[in-house]
Design a protein around this ligand. Sequence first.
Ligand SMILES: [Zn+2]
Length: 436
Amino acid sequence: MHLLPGRFLRNALPMKNFGLLIAVCCMLIGQLAAQSSFRQTLRVDFSRCGNAELDSVAIEKMYFIRKNIISIDSMHMVDNINYGAYKIEVFSENGICLFRRGYSSMFNEWKTSDEAKTGFQYFEESVLIPWYSNMAKIVFSYRDKENVWHVQLTANIDNNAVSKTIIDIPEYPVKDFQIKGEPTQKLDILFIPEGYTGEQMDDFVIDCENTIKYIMQSSPYKEFSNAISFRAVMAPSEESGTDFPQYDSLKNTLVNSTFNTFGTERYLTTFSYHKVMDVASNAPADHVVILVNTEDYGGSGFYNFYTMVAANNMYSDFLILHEMGHSLSGLADEYYTSDVAVQDFYSFEVEPWEPNITTLVDFSTKWDSLVTDTIPIPTPARIIYRKLTGAFEGGGYSATGIYRPAYNCTMKSVVYDGFCEACKAAIRRTILWYSK
Ligand SMILES: [Zn+2]
């Protein structure tokens, strides 16, 4: 039994651009350092709407979060890793990039499904941006199948109007589990309870503690015991459990989670992302993990969006690692035999942006440096290579034309604590980025 989808990449910056990059970084750091410390967080709620041919963005509202939930410092405002199907950037009036985040969401999966060929849908999306008063424009872009970025929407940020917009965000208590330092200096993971009633919040605390063990006792996370903090928002649901629409079983829960997303039974997601952000806006978070009070097998992960997993399944230890692989570190699914709703998800003509699959179009931008000279590329599926790093054909929902780093991996099969070396390297990079 394999697990679910979520997806996401990497375009390594060509060496010739390093000088320019350093110059831009120096300008940016100088500009940010000259400003006062963060006071507020800008939240932008929007919808992504369209079909197989159209992918567009409509802003619903911009407003300030008045709580102190900042989890990144000025060194982490601009993300240059270039992962994700989408990106959001904020510029000053004179064109300096003050904020950038790549991410992926449910829409870029749905738009490759059969349903998107005839239907039209909108999906909720939202972004939290540590606020600087010289932020003037927000720009939304999407990546096409050839990895070319296209601007979808540019909007002015009216500082006056935004500061007068007050939205009542529900406030909930926050429980600290392992706080390893200031939020700006650590990777901060925030748990959200889904389908736990008020009487079941003690169960949620136990599920958080177990999930922390699953993460921190596995490799490479266990190498970073002082770099990762965990908190939880103690927000109860009206009813226990989650939705199984295929059985007409619907529950009134905190973030409206559901199995059977896009017709795949084990695909456990939520379409109510604004509600997720309402709850998440109660505490600092670099990454949101939604624990669902169910024993059924399922989950989902979207890069820089959210992780959602069944908290009480026999394989919950595997589920959290696999889904957080997608959503925290941008890892792709390495399986190719399991049914998923997406079709022709990757182009064979370019390198996918995800760090753990390759088309071999430009293998040097992937895990080439982890492969010893004696390993043939592509790597035959023979027993002598079974535990080594190479490029094995099959991955990213395709049996041919896409290659994965190892014969087996937590991103391929239901294996706890079994990340291949390329996946481990990507996870290490993510943790270091947040904690350095
Ligand atoms: Zn892997």
